[in-house]
Write a protein that binds this ligand. Structure first.
Ligand code: ADP
Ligand code: MG
Length: 332
């Protein structure tokens, strides 16, 4: 089996929809220590996804190697695999993405001139020196142009855009110190300041009214420290999508954690309503195994039941006395 084909197969796993590509590109920008990241979409990303960063960039050699399979610069031995601090580490995202799209890359590590690389369906078409400031500017266009079956699965522009907005919101929440900007056909959908203040990001995303109503919470046990913000039952949403869990700076999805956040409210939440919540969990990376699925969105955690108890009790404590039963009239 040739490389192009195996990359295309691997792409099926990592590159599900435009949002999955945005995730990989933005995570690379974050791993490169960027402080400003701009994401510009056309046709919800199906036509074009452009991610620009001011990170450490790539040398000429790395810029070409980045599209080879297993070309990660982030892991060098097995020990690293259990102490992952970067968001990427498999070194297959770019190879996969390149196999089902067209890529235009400009990058510079600030040491030498800079490089441009152009790839078409996984084939290198052009690679040469080009003047560029330190950082990276990568455009992925004509997504799935050579895999029409996949293209057929794409939902409406609105649905695909919704997935990407949800994703960028969560990346921004996980990285309050990075200034994010998301645009669609030059309309700004999200802009954060990079001030480092998570509550400010919550306000940028969900609005000032929500941010003002947020109740902070904080707690720790022997292994984990948690902190975050949650709304009271008087300000809920009709979907679980407004609950965000961040473990060691990585946004993850955990049904178990969502469950205990809800449990903390006991029966005070109206049926089918969910709080807006952001929960940060920090612990030794050794306790969290992110190497479960290529999307790295699900993780395995040691001492999980103790952690769940900690979350439930901490939130319960924070909202205690503040919870009023919706619709109930206060006695004078
Ligand atoms: P991984 O992130 O798992 O290492 P990727 O396929 O996503 O693998 O990227 C391959 C390599 O390309 C990275 O390890 C990194 O060295 C380089 N790279 C990709 N994007 C950027 C970026 N925006 N800035 C600097 N380096 C990058
Ligand atoms: Mg990556």
């Amino acid at each position: 089996m040739d490389d192009t084909l195996s990359n295309k197969i691997a792409a099926g796993e990592v590159v599900e929809r435009p949002a999955s590509i945005v995730k990989e590109l933005v995570e690379n920008a974050i791993d490169a220590d960027s402080t400003v990241i701009e994401i510009a979409l056309e046709e919800a990303g199906l036509l074009k996804i452009r991610v620009t960063d001011n990170g450490k960039g790539m040398s000429e050699q790395d810029a070409v190697r980045a599209f080879e399979r297993h070309a990660t610069s982030k892991i060098s031995n097995e020990h690293d695999l259990f102490r992952i601090r970067t968001l990427g580490f498999r070194g297959e995202a770019l190879a996969s993405i390149a196999s089902v799209s067209k890529i235009d890359l400009w990058t510079s590590d600030g040491e030498s001139t800079g490089t441009e690389v152009h790839i078409d369906g996984g084939q290198l078409v052009k690679h040469e020196k080009a003047a560029f400031r330190k950082g990276t500017d990568m455009t992925v266009s004509q997504l799935f142009f050579n895999t029409p079956a996949r293209l057929k699965y794409m939902k409406t522009i609105q649905t695909e855009l919704g997935h990407t907005i949800g994703l960028v919101n969560r990346l921004a929440l996980s990285h309050p110190n990075i200034a994010f900007k998301l645009t669609h056909h030059s309309q700004t959908l999200l802009q954060t300041t990079g001030s480092g203040d998570q509550l400010r990001v919550i306000s940028d995303i969900y609005g000032m009214a929500v941010a003002r109503k947020m109740v902070p919470f904080k707690g720790e046990n022997a292994d984990y420290a948690i902190h975050g913000f949650v709304t009271l039952p008087e300000m809920t949403r009709a979907s679980r999508n407004y609950m965000t869990t961040i473990v060691n700076g990585r946004w993850i999805q955990s049904h178990a954690i969502n469950r205990v956040i809800l449990d903390a409210f006991h029966t005070f939440l109206p049926i089918g309503r969910f709080p807006i919540a952001v929960i940060n969990i920090d612990g030794d990376p050794f306790l969290t195994d992110v190497n479960v699925h290529p999307s790295k969105q699900q993780i395995r955690m040691s001492k999980e039941s103790e952690l769940l108890t900690l979350i439930q009790e901490t939130i319960q404590q924070a909202v205690r006395g503040k919870v009023t039963i919706p619709g109930a009239v206060k006695k004078e």
